[in-house]
Design a protein around this ligand. Structure first.
Ligand SMILES: [Mg+2]
Length: 252
């Protein structure tokens, strides 16, 4: 894993600018700072400025675990290509498949309410429900082992077996689907006629992109982690502004 803000990293960014590339970013922890209350996450002023400038010049996308409904007002209208729910929500997904996913989620939520509501309330685990997936948050929980054990027990009782993606103090649960962030990114590239891409993310769900091992995609992780499949890293989330700025100034 190499640091992106070096000559080598800049060379890689520059070569993206030569072709038709898609610039795609995760939201939480990548474009937006991680905050204790997920509903308070938003773009900082300079990130918004440079992201909007980039989106005016080149195909730009945000690929998030959030639902599109939740994501859209946080991004605004300047980035038209938004993909939600870890890849299972967006223009690439056919309506019937989305309906199926929605129904599975509904069934799971009923089970959650019928069987686990009291235990969840007692544990302090926050359930974030989205139309196409849900997330158990335990960032603010004191007894984390107990919280994790409860979440495991709930997940084991779900049918059909969900796809689980672990994040930072969050367990994301989604119906089995052919779409994840990696497949969604590839489809977005195809749709927009891009042969190369940049993808920046910070979390386990982003490994679905990093792990594609596609040399047409320049993969960048926020935070160095040896177990990650990303090629480059940034030391901290705030450095995303510099990356956006480099791309805009190179595109300009
Ligand atoms: Mg993230």
């Amino acid at each position: 894993m190499d640091y992106l803000l070096t000559d080598k990293g800049r060379d890689n960014l520059e070569s993206l600018l030569k072709g038709r590339s898609l610039y795609a970013f995760d939201f939480d922890g990548t474009l937006a700072k991680i905050v204790p209350d997920p509903s308070a996450a938003r773009l900082g002023r300079s990130v918004r400025f440079w992201l909007e400038a980039l989106a005016k010049r080149a195909p730009t996308a945000v690929i998030s675990g959030r639902s599109l409904e939740d994501l859209r007002p946080r991004i605004g209208t300047t980035v038209p290509d938004l993909i939600g729910n870890h890849g299972s929500e967006g223009p690439h997904v056919v309506q019937e498949a989305m309906q199926q996913v929605r129904e599975t989620c509904h069934g799971w939520l009923r089970l959650l309410t019928d069987r686990f509501q009291a235990e969840l309330a007692q544990s302090g685990v926050l359930v974030e429900t989205k139309s196409y997936s849900f997330s158990f948050h335990y960032r603010t929980v004191d007894r984390r082992d107990e919280a994790r054990a409860l979440i495991s027990r709930i997940v084991a009782s779900l049918s059909p077996s969900p796809r689980i993606v672990l994040g930072k103090s969050v367990v994301n649960v989604m119906p089995p689907s052919m779409w994840h962030k990696g497949t969604a990114l590839l489809e977005c590239m195809r749709r927009l006629g891009c042969t190369t891409a940049l993808y920046v993310g910070d979390d386990e769900t982003d490994e679905d992109v990093f792990g594609l091992g596609d040399h047409h995609i320049l993969t960048v992780r926020i935070g160095k982690k040896n177990a990650s499949s990303a090629r480059f890293f940034l030391k901290r989330q705030t450095e995303i502004t510099q990356v956006l700025r480099l791309l805009v100034e190179g595109c300009g």
